[in-house]
Design a protein around this ligand. Structure first.
Ligand code: NAP
Length: 357
């Protein structure tokens, strides 16, 4: 197993593993890491259903990008620590992620997780590198508070990441209240996910646990790190979530109230000029512009805008006054890229650049 050396990130090859490699998010990891300049996939883990098979036989590949030959021939291992490289991305089902990710961290692995299980733990960073890179300081608290030789860093729920990236440029105006309704893609439910009978020509106004995740995770992400903990942002969030017959891309209708109501053009400027550590450091997966405001009156749309910035950009549009709060607008992001695998890879790139792996 190769581990990172003393050389600069650009010339290092780091072996990585993927837990939940056969799932929807696992497949995005494989596609996004296929030509990654720093990370090379050498280990795959999934359930007993897949264990012992080659990846080609274990997974039904569902992405338009070709399955790389080297990955197709790789064997799928059991999801127990020991044989995987130090750095492991996780797209595990949340029913098992708590136990498995904890065991890997205990054994010395660095887990970059997509699952909900550890996101709200006070010593675990819930990271969006453009928004709260300073929350990585929680890793020192984690090291002191857990008997883990490794660490866990998480990325947000796929709807929360879109909302938090749209709100982060607006923090400067004193975010007070947010009302959000989501229109979420079917890929967000994994595979086989929602039965076609239920979703075709339909809208399902319930996604188990999603509203609570949006309402709580957003406050942690936008919160302030102060010495030993993250103090949640005081903004109040009220969420309604729906599943719609869209393949990829979560669309969100957002109303927002401020302490200091800005002019609309000032908000648009704030969206378009928003940048963070990934852009400063030119991380490989960083979009040039994390948030883009679209002036067309019928955008953003998942069919047209979901792949902006290789799926890492959040598109915003339709900013207008709100007669209940101050303003309302629409945001859109790619749920399995910015909302999952791409987010986790960007987190790992930041950790590597900061010498934290
Ligand atoms: P998925 O398609 O259902 O994939 C689940 C993965 O977990 C599969 O690789 C499966 O392996 C593995 N798994 C299931 N039970 C296991 C067990 N007992 N031991 C080891 N592995 C097991 O789900 P997904 O949509 O990729 O989501 C994965 C995680 O990411 C979830 O926690 C989800 O909430 C989160 N997430 C998803 C999205 C999204 O847009 N889809 C976005 C953000 C976060 P087998 O194939 O062998 O069963």
């Amino acid at each position: 197993m190769t581990q990172e050396g003393e050389v600069s990130p650009a010339t290092t090859v780091i072996e990585v593993g993927i837990l939940g490699a056969t799932g929807m998010v696992g497949q995005q990891f494989i596609a996004l890491l296929a030509n990654h300049p720093w990370f090379r996939v050498t280990w795959l883990g999934a359930s007993h259903r897949s264990e012992g098979k080659t990846y080609r036989d274990a997974a039904v590949w569902r992405l338009p990008a070709a399955l790389p030959d080297g990955i197709a021939a790789l064997g799928v291992d059991q999801s127990t620590p020991g044989r995987a490289p130090k750095l492991v991305f996780s797209g595990l089902d949340s029913s098992v992620a708590g136990e498995i990710e904890g065991a890997f961290a205990e054994a010395g692995h660095f887990i970059i997780s997509n699952s909900k299980n550890y996101r709200m733990e006070p010593d675990v960073p819930l990271l969006i590198p453009e928004v709260n890179a300073d929350h990585l300081a929680l890793l020192q608290i984690q090291a002191a508070s857990r008997a883990w030789k490794g660490r866990i860093v998480t990325n947000p729920n796929c709807s929360t990441v879109v909302l938090s990236m749209a709100l982060a440029p607006l923090r400067q105006f004193g975010l007070k209240s947010v009302v959000i309704t989501t229109l979420q893609a079917i890929s967000g439910a994994g595979y086989p996910g929602v039965p076609s009978w239920d979703i075709l020509g339909n809208v399902i106004p319930f996604i188990d646990g999603e509203e609570h995740k949006i309402e709580t995770e957003t406050k942690k992400i936008l919160g302030c790190f102060t010495e030993k903990r993250v103090d949640p942002h005081p903004v109040t969030v009220s969420a309604s979530t729906t599943r719609v017959a869209v393949q990829d891309g979560h669309t969100e209708s957002i109303s927002v109230g401020f302490e200091h109501r800005p002019l609309a053009e000032v908000m648009i400027e704030a969206f378009n000029t928003f940048k963070g550590k990934p852009q400063e450091l030119s991380l490989p997966s960083a979009p040039a512009q994390p948030v883009v405001y679209l002036n067309e009156r019928n955008r953003p749309q998942p069919a047209l805008d979901v792949d902006r910035g290789r799926g890492m950009t959040v598109s915003v549009g339709r900013l207008r006054p709100c007669s209940v709060l101050d303003y309302k607008f629409i945001a859109l992001g790619h749920n399995t890229i910015r909302g999952a695998a791409g987010a986790a890879i960007l987190n790992a790139e930041l950790l590597h650049s900061e010498g934290l792996l």
